[in-house]
Write a protein that binds this ligand. Structure first.
Ligand code: AMP
Ligand code: ZN
Length: 458
């Protein structure tokens, strides 16, 4: 069964056919690094990781590009307010550059803890200023821009297709009287380049053909996606909040420059909520992955929780749901571990069932349930284990690598281990076996590993 994905642009499920056989180009909008990521943001990156793993599961070589927004994202998506990173700098006394580095590192740590594969290419907006300036110049040459007192803006009225992704009703918007237009000619227009304003007020600023300033938030993605994936690539994704503004504007820019809508597929992940509210960084009171870890929760329990909800359904975060996920993960680990060490071949029929779930628009909840059914089936343990190894390449739970935590090994067991090591050197196999049996009777098995003997709780 071919992979089918729900394309927001078409508002329908479409079979995924790569633009270049055997390859998939994937761009995911990355974090704005003015604060820690919250577990809602991380749900979106888990969705992206599930997509990437599904593409690889289907034999495609994935080039996954993720940007780091370290400049230009203003507190209001309507191009007003402060730059979030400069504002954090003013509050904390650290430089804007240091803030970006600090929260980028924290983000990378979160991804590692969640077994999220690192992107093939990380790209930072501040490393691509020249590309963004070139892009804007080209838009200017083609007549898509105008200048105001505070920057260079994109004229969305030049495009009949503007807002197609969001099914935007322009007429309704024009009638919306309460919207603050500022210097913009149309409420949908957006900043490509903002002027610095008062000299010395900003830390991140660059010379440009239009004056000292910094790029708008949307141009970075069009410019970096083009540089690292080309002007038209397979899939662009992000959280559902990006549909109406950020992704609509990315499409507008690239369509104006190249006549393409940037990506063949547009995928969006639904939000994590707490009660009725969406979790948001700017609201301030959010849960970090680290907060869960401090409560003794394994980060992968959060991954397990997210696997249990389809990416297009919103997920309500509760402590109970997290506890249930932690217990589900613990049972899964112990079950897979209990399959033993014997080698076998994966079962094609079960793999096909599992693949059908993934390929049905990334139905991980059903894929996870199928993995459980497989474990409860009558297949030989070695076959279950080999099949689970394949499934876990998509689930990303690190099941095969999991080992029970080494409990402090009692002194008596350690003494038997030392005697056993000596017996093995002297090839007294019967004695070695007798000592191992003693350890087993005391509840410990002894594994012979390249690093020597290891005791593990039975
Ligand atoms: P930001 O760092 O604010 O630019 O957001 C990073 C990513 O997280 C974006 O793709 C957002 O769409 C996504 N996001 C923000 N809030 C949530 C949430 N509550 N649940 C899921 N994703 C979110
Ligand atoms: Zn973006």
């Amino acid at each position: 069964m071919t992979l089918h994905l729900y394309d927001t642009y078409a508002r329908s499920l479409r079979p995924f056919e790569p633009l270049a056989a055997g390859h998939a180009g994937l761009y995911a909008c990355g974090p704005t690094v003015y604060d820690y990521a919250h577990i809602g943001n991380l749900r979106t990156y888990l969705f992206v990781d599930g997509l990437r793993r599904a593409l690889a599961f289907n034999g495609l070589q994935v080039r996954h590009v993720m940007n780091i927004t370290d400049v230009g994202h203003l507190t209001s998506d309507a191009d007003s307010g402060d730059d979030k990173i400069e504002a954090r700098s003013a509050r904390s006394g650290k430089s804007a550059w240091d803030i970006a580095i600090e929260f980028t590192r924290a983000f990378e740590g979160d991804l590692r803890a969640l077994n999220i594969l690192p992107p093939t290419v990380w790209c930072r907006a501040t490393d691509h200023i020249a590309e963004q300036i070139d892009f804007i110049r080209d838009l200017e040459a083609k007549g898509y821009t105008y200048r105001t007192d505070d920057g260079i803006y994109f004229d969305t009225t030049r495009q009949d297709s503007y807002g197609k992704l969001a099914r935007l009703q322009r007429d309704g918007l024009q009638a919306g009287e309460r919207v603050e237009l500022g210097d913009k000619r149309d409420i949908c227009d957006f900043a490509l380049w903002k002027f610095s304003g008062v000299p010395g007020q900003r830390q991140m600023e660059w010379d440009s053909p239009w004056g000292l300033g910094f790029p708008g938030w949307h141009i970075e993605c069009s410019a970096m996606a083009e540089k690292h994936l080309g002007a038209y690539f397979d899939i662009h994704c992000g959280g559902e909040d990006h549909v109406a503004v950020h992704h609509s504007n990315e499409i507008a820019q690239t369509e104006a420059r190249h006549g393409t809508r940037l990506a063949n597929f547009w995928l969006h992940g639904a939000f994590l909520k707490t009660g009725a509210a969406k979790m948001s960084k700017s609201a301030g009171d959010f849960l970090r992955l680290d907060s869960l870890v401090q409560q003794g929760v394994d980060p992968l329990a959060y991954r397990y929780l997210c696997l249990g909800a389809h990416y297009r359904s919103s997920l309500n975060f509760t402590d109970e749901a997290l506890r249930a996920a932690a217990s589900g993960l613990a049972r899964l680990r112990v079950t897979v571990h209990g399959l033993g060490e014997e080698q076998g071949d994966a079962d094609p029929a079960w793999l096909a069932r599992f693949t059908a779930c993934i390929n049905d628009d990334l139905n991980y909840p059903r894929a996870l349930a199928t993995a459980w059914e497989l474990l409860k089936s009558a297949l030989p343990d070695a076959v279950k284990k080999a099949t689970m190894a394949r499934c876990d390449a998509a689930l990303g739970l690190g099941l095969l690598a999991w080992r029970p935590v080494q409990a402090a090994v009692p002194a008596q067991v350690q003494a038997w281990m030392a005697q056993r090591a000596a017996a093995r050197v002297e090839r007294r196999w019967a004695e070695a076996d007798r000592l191992r049996a003693l350890a087993r009777a005391a509840g410990y098995d002894i594994d012979d590993t390249p690093q020597g003997q290891q005791a593990r709780l039975l």
